[in-house]
Design a protein. Structure first.
Length: 660
């Protein structure tokens, strides 16, 4: 059973640039094979690193498209983060997503390439053409010229290129840039509209940068731009939008139009990397379908500030941009239940709230509860900010609101769901098991959680994403996976874990399915091991439920020897030198080795820390005493003196409860 996989054209924000996931595929990767790949990408909590690349070959797929044109296509067991009608933000597999869900779009990306080098591999000419000067590194002038050519250029010729535009300032820019970059004097046809460069050498130079010999509907953002830093991509967009985009006369909203669907999708994603939300929609014409990228409201202001135009008329219209329209687009859906809870808390504290700020008299805050809830309206981020400030002022518990505001996701209602077939790929991301693809948060599913989900799907008669499966009937499914605390209720990670485990033991029957992951890790090793051991015995002897129990306690493997209903399995690992590859295959028997240090290495723990951990592990396994590396630097007497001094300082600290 493979993990999640997404389509080959899924755009990834990475340290190598804004590129489709297929571009990261290592050479000679076979279907079902993992290959080492260590690159920085955007994860659910910021920049993270991949460890491996996985190819799943061509498989049936599901495509989800939102109202604003954001989309993701992946395998049937591919989970993404969505917001549900219950107001929950949860992982759902693509077949389980409905049109009532909202896609969650991550705005905090801002990861760019850094490659400016241009290696011009000149073709072998039968007759050497005239040689012109050409830049050996990408710069803003060259990026802007490429933008002009992708916008209003003709690239179908083998030994020349041309620019067609009537605006005087843009014509001058085209002349000036060709002269400055290539020392070439642009020629103009009699109509004074088409301006051309007739040079086989310069045309080959541009092909080398990714400006291929294509028709308008086949154009795309050149790879030389996509792998470049932010300021280069900004210059490219200025050239492209100076030619192919319009700025609204009334509000300064921006509209970019192209007959190339690939180009439109790339621009849609590039804008998102600038934290600019845009819509992408098809527009039927008498000829080919056009694809329009629109930027409105607050995002149009961001465009004018972050990117902008160089063309004077469009610069002026940027001053008209306003955030007063389309506020409903940038809002949070399904917040009613949470707002009702907060409303109750405010009413409870009404005696301590001044008369003018009571909900009945404070129109700004009261309106949220008396209007938004009853009319089922989505609350905007501006309104959310006002409510957070109000709750802070009067000490109302509002942590969930703060989390929503800090995440600053863009929520987009799902418009279309359809089945297809596609080449599918995956990253292995050790830290967080998630990465951003097409702006959407994609997740690596855990094996045991997938079994729980597949069992649930089978019970309701849904399609089960497996080549073969034998699944019995269960009355309940219990899952205890993950680690988190509940500070607001003064409960530690371990306490939360024990509460959930108690619920399972007290309510499961012999017809239930139980999923337990790493039970007992939130306390001391021996306490945790003892609890885990006892829980397994109780489930086996008393509850008798079908159970999957994942653990890093090797001692628990002994239970198989005296409990007939217990069988050990482990996830296969392939070791190559100092590296390891997760094969994602389950094999009979317990594992005789722990890979904790290797996982720490994959997660990016610095090499000195890893090396020290390996030395300590060896000593612990051999029963040798552990000597601190700085023992010679600080004699015993000096250490005692330092500790005594610090103890005195600590006594002066006033102890206070976090909840005083």
């Amino acid at each position: 059973m493979a993990g999640k996989c997404c389509k080959d054209d899924t755009i990834i924000f990475s340290e190598q640039g804004i590129l489709p996931i297929a571009d990261f595929e290592p050479e000679n990767t076979k279907k079902g094979e993992f290959k080492d790949l260590k690159i920085k990408v955007i994860g659910s909590k910021g920049i993270t690193s991949t460890s491996h690349f996985y190819s799943n070959g061509e498989e049936p797929s599901i495509k989800i498209i939102s109202k604003m044109g954001y989309s993701i296509e992946g395998s049937f067991n591919h989970p993404i983060l969505v917001r549900t009608p219950k107001g929950e933000e949860k992982w759902k597999k693509l077949p389980d997503i409905t049109k009532n869900d909202y896609l969650i779009i991550n705005r905090k990306n801002n990861l760019w390439g850094s490659d400016l080098e241009i290696n011009f591999n000149q073709p072998k000419y039968k007759k050497t053409p005239k040689i012109y000067q050409t830049p050996s590194t990408m710069n803003e002038d060259l990026a802007y010229l490429i933008g002009l050519l992708i916008g209003d250029g003709t690239l179908t010729y083998d030994n020349s290129y041309s620019f067609t535009n009537t605006e005087e300032s843009l014509k001058k820019s085209f002349y000036k840039l060709n002269s400055k970059l290539f020392d070439y004097e642009v020629k103009t046809k009699n109509n004074n509209i088409e301006h051309f460069v007739s040079s086989l050498y310069l045309r080959d130079y541009l092909k080398n940068l990714g400006l291929n010999q294509v028709q308008a509907y086949e154009k795309e953002v050149p790879f030389s731009i996509l792998k470049s830093p932010k300021y280069i991509i900004r210059a490219f967009l200025q050239g492209l939008f100076d030619t192919d985009a319009t700025a609204d006369k009334r509000y300064g909203n921006i509209s970019y139009s192209t007959s190339s669907i690939k180009m439109a999708k790339q621009i849609h994603m590039v804008l998102l990397n600038f934290n600019i939300i845009s819509s992408l929609k098809p527009k039927k014409t008498t000829g080919r379908t056009n694809y329009v990228v629109n930027i409105t409201g607050f995002d149009s202001i961001k465009f004018h500030k972050e990117i902008g135009f160089r063309f004077d008329k469009k610069i002026e219209r940027g001053k008209l941009a306003s955030s007063l329209r389309m506020t409903n687009v940038n809002s949070i859906p399904y917040l009613s239940d949470l707002l009702r809870k907060i409303q109750i808390e405010i009413i409870k504290k009404s005696d301590s709230i001044p008369h003018k700020d009571k909900l009945k008299y404070n129109n700004k805050i009261g309106g949220i509860f008396y209007s938004y809830i009853h009319q089922n309206r989505n609350i905007s981020y501006n309104k959310l900010s006002e409510l957070i400030n109000y709750c802070q002022k009067y000490q109302i518990n509002h942590q969930e609101l703060v989390t929503i505001a800090e995440n600053n996701y863009f929520y987009d209602k799902i418009a279309e769901i359809k089945k297809d077939k596609a080449k599918l790929f995956d990253f292995c991301v050790p830290d967080g098991h998630a990465f951003i693809g097409n702006g959407i948060i994609n997740h690596n599913s855990t094996y045991i959680r997938q079994i729980a989900l597949i069992t649930l799907m089978a019970q309701i008669g849904s399609f089960v994403p497996a080549q073969k499966s034998t699944i019995g009937i269960v009355d309940r499914i219990f899952s205890r996976v993950g680690a988190f605390d509940d500070i607001s209720r003064q409960r530690s990670t371990f306490m939360v874990e024990m509460n959930e485990t108690a619920n399972i033991i007290n309510n499961a029957t012999k017809k239930s399915l139980i999923i337990l992951d790493e039970l007992g890790r939130g306390t001391s090793t021996f306490d945790g091991l003892s609890i885990a051991w006892s829980v397994i015995e109780h489930i086996h002897n008393e509850t008798k439920a079908k159970t999957l129990f994942a653990t890093h306690y090797h001692q628990l493997c002994q239970i198989e020897n005296y409990l007939p209903g217990v069988k050990n399995y482990h996830i296969q690992i392939k070791e190559e030198g100092n590296e390891m590859i997760f094969l994602r295959k389950i094999k009979r028997g317990g594992s005789d080795k722990s890979f904790g240090i290797e996982v720490a290495k994959l997660a990016g723990i610095p090499s000195p820390v890893i090396e020290r951990a390996q030395k300590i592990l060896k000593k612990l396994e051999n029963g040798d005493p552990i000597q601190h590396p700085t023992v010679n630097k600080y004699p015993v007497q000096k250490i005692a003196k330092i500790k005594k001094s610090k103890d005195k300082s600590l006594k002066k600290i006033v102890q206070k409860s976090l909840f005083d």
